[in-house]
Design a protein around this ligand. Structure first.
Ligand code: NI
Length: 404
Protein backbone atom coordinates (compact mmCIF):
# COMPACT_ATOMS: atom_id res chain seq x y z
CA UNK A 1 0.00 0.00 0.00
CA UNK A 2 1.39 3.43 -0.87
CA UNK A 3 1.48 6.31 1.55
CA UNK A 4 -1.58 8.20 0.29
CA UNK A 5 -3.83 5.15 0.34
CA UNK A 6 -2.47 4.36 3.79
CA UNK A 7 -3.43 7.87 4.93
CA UNK A 8 -6.90 7.35 3.47
CA UNK A 9 -7.25 4.05 5.31
CA UNK A 10 -6.27 5.63 8.62
CA UNK A 11 -8.76 8.44 8.06
CA UNK A 12 -11.61 6.08 7.11
CA UNK A 13 -10.97 3.83 10.08
CA UNK A 14 -10.90 6.79 12.47
CA UNK A 15 -14.14 8.08 10.99
CA UNK A 16 -15.77 4.64 11.29
CA UNK A 17 -14.82 4.48 14.96
CA UNK A 18 -16.17 7.95 15.67
CA UNK A 19 -19.45 7.01 13.99
CA UNK A 20 -19.68 3.80 16.03
CA UNK A 21 -19.42 5.85 19.23
CA UNK A 22 -21.96 8.36 17.95
CA UNK A 23 -24.52 5.72 17.05
CA UNK A 24 -24.56 4.33 20.63
CA UNK A 25 -27.93 5.88 21.62
CA UNK A 26 -29.69 4.33 18.59
CA UNK A 27 -27.88 1.07 19.13
CA UNK A 28 -29.08 0.82 22.72
CA UNK A 29 -32.59 1.90 21.77
CA UNK A 30 -32.79 -0.79 19.07
CA UNK A 31 -31.39 -3.44 21.36
CA UNK A 32 -33.87 -2.58 24.12
CA UNK A 33 -36.78 -2.60 21.69
CA UNK A 34 -35.78 -6.08 20.53
CA UNK A 35 -35.19 -7.16 24.11
CA UNK A 36 -38.73 -6.15 25.10
CA UNK A 37 -40.23 -7.96 22.13
CA UNK A 38 -38.46 -11.32 21.89
CA UNK A 39 -39.58 -13.96 19.41
CA UNK A 40 -38.74 -17.64 19.35
CA UNK A 41 -36.84 -19.45 16.60
CA UNK A 42 -38.58 -19.57 13.20
CA UNK A 43 -41.23 -17.14 14.52
CA UNK A 44 -39.30 -13.85 14.29
CA UNK A 45 -42.03 -12.01 12.33
CA UNK A 46 -42.04 -8.70 14.20
CA UNK A 47 -38.27 -8.77 14.44
CA UNK A 48 -38.09 -9.28 10.69
CA UNK A 49 -40.40 -6.30 10.19
CA UNK A 50 -38.38 -4.12 12.56
CA UNK A 51 -35.08 -5.00 10.87
CA UNK A 52 -36.57 -4.45 7.42
CA UNK A 53 -37.98 -1.04 8.41
CA UNK A 54 -34.74 0.08 10.04
CA UNK A 55 -32.68 -1.05 7.04
CA UNK A 56 -35.06 0.65 4.61
CA UNK A 57 -33.97 4.02 6.05
CA UNK A 58 -30.45 3.34 4.75
CA UNK A 59 -29.92 4.79 1.28
CA UNK A 60 -28.61 2.41 -1.35
CA UNK A 61 -29.27 -0.83 0.50
CA UNK A 62 -31.21 -3.58 -1.22
CA UNK A 63 -33.39 -5.67 1.10
CA UNK A 64 -34.45 -9.29 0.59
CA UNK A 65 -36.15 -12.04 2.61
CA UNK A 66 -34.53 -15.13 1.14
CA UNK A 67 -35.59 -17.75 3.72
CA UNK A 68 -37.96 -18.02 6.66
CA UNK A 69 -37.97 -14.90 8.81
CA UNK A 70 -34.47 -13.82 7.79
CA UNK A 71 -33.50 -10.46 6.29
CA UNK A 72 -30.56 -9.74 4.01
CA UNK A 73 -29.36 -6.23 3.21
CA UNK A 74 -26.98 -5.88 0.28
CA UNK A 75 -24.85 -2.76 0.03
CA UNK A 76 -22.50 -2.11 -2.90
CA UNK A 77 -19.37 -0.05 -2.31
CA UNK A 78 -17.81 2.61 -4.52
CA UNK A 79 -16.17 0.20 -6.99
CA UNK A 80 -15.79 -3.48 -7.78
CA UNK A 81 -14.12 -5.67 -5.24
CA UNK A 82 -14.63 -8.54 -2.83
CA UNK A 83 -17.90 -9.63 -1.29
CA UNK A 84 -18.05 -9.69 2.48
CA UNK A 85 -20.88 -11.20 4.53
CA UNK A 86 -21.54 -10.18 8.14
CA UNK A 87 -23.99 -12.28 10.10
CA UNK A 88 -26.14 -11.66 13.19
CA UNK A 89 -28.72 -14.02 14.67
CA UNK A 90 -32.09 -12.66 15.87
CA UNK A 91 -34.00 -15.29 17.86
CA UNK A 92 -34.89 -15.49 21.54
CA UNK A 93 -35.31 -18.43 23.93
CA UNK A 94 -38.35 -20.04 25.60
CA UNK A 95 -37.46 -18.61 29.03
CA UNK A 96 -39.45 -16.24 31.24
CA UNK A 97 -37.23 -13.30 32.11
CA UNK A 98 -36.44 -12.57 35.75
CA UNK A 99 -34.44 -9.36 35.26
CA UNK A 100 -36.07 -6.20 36.56
CA UNK A 101 -34.90 -3.60 34.05
CA UNK A 102 -37.65 -1.38 32.60
CA UNK A 103 -36.92 -2.87 29.16
CA UNK A 104 -37.35 -6.48 30.30
CA UNK A 105 -39.26 -8.87 28.06
CA UNK A 106 -42.95 -8.11 27.68
CA UNK A 107 -43.62 -11.73 26.80
CA UNK A 108 -43.96 -14.55 29.25
CA UNK A 109 -42.03 -17.56 28.05
CA UNK A 110 -39.79 -15.64 25.66
CA UNK A 111 -36.55 -13.86 26.46
CA UNK A 112 -33.42 -12.66 24.73
CA UNK A 113 -31.33 -14.66 27.17
CA UNK A 114 -28.39 -15.17 24.83
CA UNK A 115 -27.70 -11.67 23.53
CA UNK A 116 -29.06 -12.06 19.99
CA UNK A 117 -30.99 -8.78 20.50
CA UNK A 118 -27.59 -7.12 20.79
CA UNK A 119 -26.25 -8.90 17.71
CA UNK A 120 -29.17 -7.67 15.62
CA UNK A 121 -28.80 -4.08 16.86
CA UNK A 122 -25.04 -4.15 16.23
CA UNK A 123 -25.51 -5.30 12.65
CA UNK A 124 -28.14 -2.59 12.00
CA UNK A 125 -25.70 0.05 13.24
CA UNK A 126 -22.89 -1.47 11.20
CA UNK A 127 -25.00 -1.37 8.04
CA UNK A 128 -25.87 2.28 8.60
CA UNK A 129 -22.25 3.31 9.10
CA UNK A 130 -20.97 1.31 6.13
CA UNK A 131 -23.61 3.10 4.04
CA UNK A 132 -22.41 6.51 5.29
CA UNK A 133 -18.85 5.56 4.31
CA UNK A 134 -19.89 4.01 1.03
CA UNK A 135 -17.64 6.13 -1.17
CA UNK A 136 -14.61 4.88 0.77
CA UNK A 137 -14.68 1.12 0.30
CA UNK A 138 -14.75 -1.31 -2.63
CA UNK A 139 -16.81 -4.42 -3.18
CA UNK A 140 -20.10 -5.42 -1.62
CA UNK A 141 -21.37 -6.21 1.85
CA UNK A 142 -24.21 -8.57 2.65
CA UNK A 143 -25.74 -8.06 6.06
CA UNK A 144 -27.19 -11.41 7.05
CA UNK A 145 -29.89 -11.18 9.72
CA UNK A 146 -30.42 -14.82 10.52
CA UNK A 147 -33.51 -16.36 12.09
CA UNK A 148 -33.50 -19.45 14.31
CA UNK A 149 -29.99 -20.02 15.59
CA UNK A 150 -31.23 -21.68 18.78
CA UNK A 151 -33.28 -24.44 17.20
CA UNK A 152 -31.90 -27.18 14.99
CA UNK A 153 -31.89 -27.42 11.93
CA UNK A 154 -31.32 -23.67 12.27
CA UNK A 155 -31.89 -20.74 9.98
CA UNK A 156 -28.30 -20.60 8.72
CA UNK A 157 -28.61 -23.67 6.55
CA UNK A 158 -31.85 -22.37 5.01
CA UNK A 159 -30.22 -19.07 4.14
CA UNK A 160 -27.20 -20.77 2.61
CA UNK A 161 -29.51 -22.99 0.53
CA UNK A 162 -31.31 -19.85 -0.65
CA UNK A 163 -27.98 -18.60 -2.03
CA UNK A 164 -27.05 -15.80 0.39
CA UNK A 165 -23.42 -16.96 0.40
CA UNK A 166 -23.06 -17.33 -3.36
CA UNK A 167 -19.95 -15.47 -4.47
CA UNK A 168 -19.01 -14.39 -0.92
CA UNK A 169 -15.25 -14.13 -0.30
CA UNK A 170 -15.29 -13.98 3.49
CA UNK A 171 -17.80 -14.09 6.33
CA UNK A 172 -17.56 -12.76 9.87
CA UNK A 173 -19.86 -13.00 12.85
CA UNK A 174 -19.79 -12.48 16.57
CA UNK A 175 -21.42 -13.46 19.83
CA UNK A 176 -21.67 -11.15 22.81
CA UNK A 177 -19.98 -13.15 25.55
CA UNK A 178 -20.82 -12.54 29.21
CA UNK A 179 -18.01 -14.79 30.46
CA UNK A 180 -15.41 -12.14 29.62
CA UNK A 181 -15.73 -8.45 30.58
CA UNK A 182 -16.70 -5.85 28.03
CA UNK A 183 -13.62 -4.35 26.45
CA UNK A 184 -12.19 -7.80 25.74
CA UNK A 185 -12.41 -9.69 22.45
CA UNK A 186 -11.97 -13.45 22.21
CA UNK A 187 -10.25 -14.75 19.10
CA UNK A 188 -9.91 -18.48 18.53
CA UNK A 189 -7.79 -20.14 15.88
CA UNK A 190 -9.09 -23.37 14.36
CA UNK A 191 -11.97 -25.22 16.08
CA UNK A 192 -13.93 -22.86 18.32
CA UNK A 193 -17.36 -24.37 19.00
CA UNK A 194 -18.38 -28.01 18.83
CA UNK A 195 -20.76 -30.11 16.75
CA UNK A 196 -23.82 -30.55 19.00
CA UNK A 197 -25.54 -33.90 18.34
CA UNK A 198 -28.58 -35.26 20.17
CA UNK A 199 -29.52 -38.79 21.18
CA UNK A 200 -32.77 -40.37 22.37
CA UNK A 201 -32.72 -43.81 23.97
CA UNK A 202 -35.73 -45.91 24.87
CA UNK A 203 -35.13 -48.92 27.12
CA UNK A 204 -37.79 -51.60 26.97
CA UNK A 205 -37.76 -54.02 29.92
CA UNK A 206 -40.71 -55.67 31.58
CA UNK A 207 -42.90 -53.86 34.08
CA UNK A 208 -44.17 -55.47 37.24
CA UNK A 209 -44.64 -55.31 41.00
CA UNK A 210 -41.89 -53.48 42.85
CA UNK A 211 -41.84 -56.26 45.44
CA UNK A 212 -41.15 -58.96 42.83
CA UNK A 213 -38.08 -57.74 40.88
CA UNK A 214 -37.34 -61.34 39.84
CA UNK A 215 -40.48 -61.26 37.65
CA UNK A 216 -39.59 -57.98 35.93
CA UNK A 217 -36.88 -56.41 33.82
CA UNK A 218 -36.32 -53.17 35.68
CA UNK A 219 -35.79 -50.37 33.17
CA UNK A 220 -34.63 -47.89 35.84
CA UNK A 221 -31.67 -49.93 37.10
CA UNK A 222 -30.68 -50.78 33.53
CA UNK A 223 -31.00 -47.19 32.29
CA UNK A 224 -28.90 -46.01 35.26
CA UNK A 225 -26.21 -48.45 34.26
CA UNK A 226 -26.37 -47.14 30.70
CA UNK A 227 -25.94 -43.56 31.93
CA UNK A 228 -22.78 -44.62 33.78
CA UNK A 229 -21.42 -46.60 30.83
CA UNK A 230 -21.89 -43.71 28.42
CA UNK A 231 -19.34 -41.76 30.46
CA UNK A 232 -16.78 -44.46 29.66
CA UNK A 233 -16.94 -43.30 26.04
CA UNK A 234 -15.32 -40.12 27.29
CA UNK A 235 -12.96 -41.40 29.96
CA UNK A 236 -11.85 -44.79 28.55
CA UNK A 237 -12.40 -44.74 24.80
CA UNK A 238 -11.32 -41.30 23.67
CA UNK A 239 -7.89 -39.74 23.45
CA UNK A 240 -7.74 -37.34 26.40
CA UNK A 241 -6.34 -34.72 24.03
CA UNK A 242 -9.49 -34.94 21.91
CA UNK A 243 -12.55 -33.05 23.19
CA UNK A 244 -15.73 -35.01 23.87
CA UNK A 245 -18.78 -34.31 26.02
CA UNK A 246 -21.53 -36.87 26.59
CA UNK A 247 -24.32 -35.51 28.80
CA UNK A 248 -27.55 -37.28 29.66
CA UNK A 249 -29.98 -34.45 30.31
CA UNK A 250 -33.33 -36.22 30.59
CA UNK A 251 -34.22 -39.46 32.37
CA UNK A 252 -37.90 -40.37 32.41
CA UNK A 253 -39.41 -43.53 33.88
CA UNK A 254 -42.11 -44.67 36.20
CA UNK A 255 -45.45 -43.54 37.56
CA UNK A 256 -45.65 -44.55 41.23
CA UNK A 257 -43.77 -46.10 44.18
CA UNK A 258 -44.75 -49.74 43.86
CA UNK A 259 -44.54 -50.35 40.11
CA UNK A 260 -41.32 -51.19 38.30
CA UNK A 261 -41.63 -49.37 35.00
CA UNK A 262 -41.13 -51.40 31.87
CA UNK A 263 -39.76 -48.45 29.93
CA UNK A 264 -37.27 -45.68 30.50
CA UNK A 265 -36.23 -42.84 28.23
CA UNK A 266 -32.92 -41.06 28.14
CA UNK A 267 -32.10 -37.96 26.13
CA UNK A 268 -28.82 -36.13 25.90
CA UNK A 269 -26.19 -34.42 23.85
CA UNK A 270 -22.81 -35.33 22.41
CA UNK A 271 -20.28 -32.59 21.60
CA UNK A 272 -17.20 -33.07 19.44
CA UNK A 273 -14.77 -31.19 17.22
CA UNK A 274 -13.11 -34.15 15.52
CA UNK A 275 -15.15 -35.51 12.58
CA UNK A 276 -13.87 -39.10 12.95
CA UNK A 277 -14.71 -39.13 16.64
CA UNK A 278 -18.11 -37.67 15.86
CA UNK A 279 -18.81 -40.57 13.49
CA UNK A 280 -17.64 -43.19 15.99
CA UNK A 281 -19.79 -42.17 18.98
CA UNK A 282 -23.19 -43.41 17.75
CA UNK A 283 -21.62 -46.77 16.84
CA UNK A 284 -20.04 -47.15 20.26
CA UNK A 285 -23.25 -46.00 21.95
CA UNK A 286 -25.13 -48.67 20.04
CA UNK A 287 -22.59 -51.31 21.15
CA UNK A 288 -23.05 -50.35 24.81
CA UNK A 289 -26.82 -50.47 24.47
CA UNK A 290 -26.79 -53.81 22.66
CA UNK A 291 -24.43 -55.38 25.21
CA UNK A 292 -26.13 -54.14 28.36
CA UNK A 293 -29.66 -54.73 27.11
CA UNK A 294 -28.85 -58.26 25.99
CA UNK A 295 -27.22 -59.02 29.35
CA UNK A 296 -30.33 -57.81 31.18
CA UNK A 297 -33.02 -59.26 28.87
CA UNK A 298 -34.16 -55.87 27.61
CA UNK A 299 -34.53 -54.15 24.25
CA UNK A 300 -33.69 -50.65 23.17
CA UNK A 301 -34.25 -48.04 20.49
CA UNK A 302 -31.64 -45.42 19.66
CA UNK A 303 -32.36 -42.29 17.68
CA UNK A 304 -29.28 -40.21 16.97
CA UNK A 305 -29.56 -36.78 15.35
CA UNK A 306 -26.64 -34.89 13.90
CA UNK A 307 -26.72 -31.19 14.78
CA UNK A 308 -24.74 -28.24 13.46
CA UNK A 309 -21.22 -28.64 12.14
CA UNK A 310 -18.46 -27.33 14.41
CA UNK A 311 -17.40 -23.71 14.12
CA UNK A 312 -13.87 -23.76 12.73
CA UNK A 313 -12.18 -20.46 12.01
CA UNK A 314 -10.12 -19.71 8.94
CA UNK A 315 -6.62 -18.58 9.93
CA UNK A 316 -6.32 -15.73 7.42
CA UNK A 317 -9.69 -14.14 8.17
CA UNK A 318 -9.02 -14.67 11.85
CA UNK A 319 -5.72 -12.81 11.63
CA UNK A 320 -7.58 -9.77 10.32
CA UNK A 321 -10.10 -10.01 13.14
CA UNK A 322 -7.26 -10.32 15.63
CA UNK A 323 -5.43 -7.32 14.23
CA UNK A 324 -8.67 -5.29 14.30
CA UNK A 325 -9.07 -6.13 18.00
CA UNK A 326 -5.46 -5.31 18.72
CA UNK A 327 -5.70 -1.97 16.91
CA UNK A 328 -8.92 -1.01 18.69
CA UNK A 329 -8.32 -2.22 22.24
CA UNK A 330 -4.66 -3.24 22.52
CA UNK A 331 -2.97 -6.64 22.68
CA UNK A 332 -3.96 -7.09 26.35
CA UNK A 333 -7.65 -7.07 25.42
CA UNK A 334 -7.47 -10.24 23.34
CA UNK A 335 -8.45 -13.53 24.97
CA UNK A 336 -7.30 -16.63 23.09
CA UNK A 337 -8.82 -19.12 25.55
CA UNK A 338 -12.57 -19.14 24.95
CA UNK A 339 -12.88 -22.31 22.86
CA UNK A 340 -15.90 -24.23 24.16
CA UNK A 341 -18.26 -27.13 23.46
CA UNK A 342 -21.30 -24.98 22.72
CA UNK A 343 -22.86 -25.20 19.24
CA UNK A 344 -23.49 -22.45 16.66
CA UNK A 345 -24.88 -22.57 13.17
CA UNK A 346 -22.49 -19.85 12.05
CA UNK A 347 -20.75 -22.99 10.79
CA UNK A 348 -23.33 -23.20 7.98
CA UNK A 349 -21.90 -19.98 6.49
CA UNK A 350 -18.30 -21.11 7.06
CA UNK A 351 -18.98 -24.08 4.80
CA UNK A 352 -19.31 -21.65 1.90
CA UNK A 353 -16.54 -19.10 2.53
CA UNK A 354 -13.57 -18.62 4.82
CA UNK A 355 -14.96 -17.24 8.03
CA UNK A 356 -14.16 -15.99 11.48
CA UNK A 357 -16.43 -16.07 14.50
CA UNK A 358 -15.27 -14.11 17.54
CA UNK A 359 -16.63 -13.12 20.94
CA UNK A 360 -17.20 -9.58 22.09
CA UNK A 361 -16.85 -9.42 25.87
CA UNK A 362 -20.17 -8.36 27.42
CA UNK A 363 -19.70 -9.14 31.10
CA UNK A 364 -20.15 -6.24 33.49
CA UNK A 365 -16.63 -5.40 34.63
CA UNK A 366 -16.24 -6.10 38.35
CA UNK A 367 -19.62 -7.86 38.59
CA UNK A 368 -19.60 -10.46 41.36
CA UNK A 369 -22.14 -12.76 39.81
CA UNK A 370 -22.33 -13.48 36.10
CA UNK A 371 -25.51 -15.25 35.10
CA UNK A 372 -24.67 -17.52 32.19
CA UNK A 373 -26.21 -17.32 28.72
CA UNK A 374 -29.68 -18.96 28.68
CA UNK A 375 -30.34 -18.03 32.35
CA UNK A 376 -33.54 -16.07 33.23
CA UNK A 377 -31.33 -13.37 34.77
CA UNK A 378 -28.83 -13.19 31.91
CA UNK A 379 -27.81 -9.61 31.16
CA UNK A 380 -25.16 -7.90 29.07
CA UNK A 381 -23.10 -4.80 29.67
CA UNK A 382 -24.54 -2.53 26.97
CA UNK A 383 -21.23 -0.73 26.43
CA UNK A 384 -20.17 -3.91 24.63
CA UNK A 385 -22.53 -3.10 21.77
CA UNK A 386 -20.33 -0.28 20.46
CA UNK A 387 -17.35 -2.63 20.62
CA UNK A 388 -19.18 -5.12 18.43
CA UNK A 389 -19.92 -2.41 15.86
CA UNK A 390 -16.29 -1.22 15.93
CA UNK A 391 -15.08 -4.77 15.36
CA UNK A 392 -17.44 -5.32 12.41
CA UNK A 393 -16.41 -1.99 10.86
CA UNK A 394 -12.67 -2.32 11.36
CA UNK A 395 -12.34 -5.99 10.42
CA UNK A 396 -14.83 -5.48 7.57
CA UNK A 397 -12.93 -2.53 6.09
CA UNK A 398 -9.66 -4.46 6.22
CA UNK A 399 -11.21 -7.49 4.53
CA UNK A 400 -12.67 -5.35 1.77
CA UNK A 401 -9.61 -3.17 1.29
CA UNK A 402 -6.85 -5.74 1.53
CA UNK A 403 -8.45 -9.14 1.22
CA UNK A 404 -6.56 -11.82 3.10
NI1 NI B 1 -26.50 -17.44 21.29
Amino acid sequence: MNRSSHTTTVRVHASARKRAQAIAPDLIRWRRHLHQNPELSFEEHETQRFVTETLSEIPGIEIAHPAGTSVVGTLPGSRNGRILAIRADMDALPITEECEEPFRSKRKGAMHACGHDGHTAMLLATARIFAELRSEWPGEIRFLFQHAEELFPGGGEEMVKAGVMDGVDAVIGTHLWAHIPSGQIAVTYGPMMAAPDVFHIRIKGLGGHAARPQSSVDSIVLASEIVQHLQLLVSRETDPLDSLVVSVTQFHAGTTHNVLPGEAELTGTVRTFNAALRERIPERMEAILAGLCSAHRAHYELRYEKGYRPVVNHADVNRIVESAARGLYGAGAIDFNQRNMGGEDFSAFQEKAPGSFFYVGAGRPGAEMVYPHHHPRFAIDESALVNGVEMFLTAGLHLLEEGF
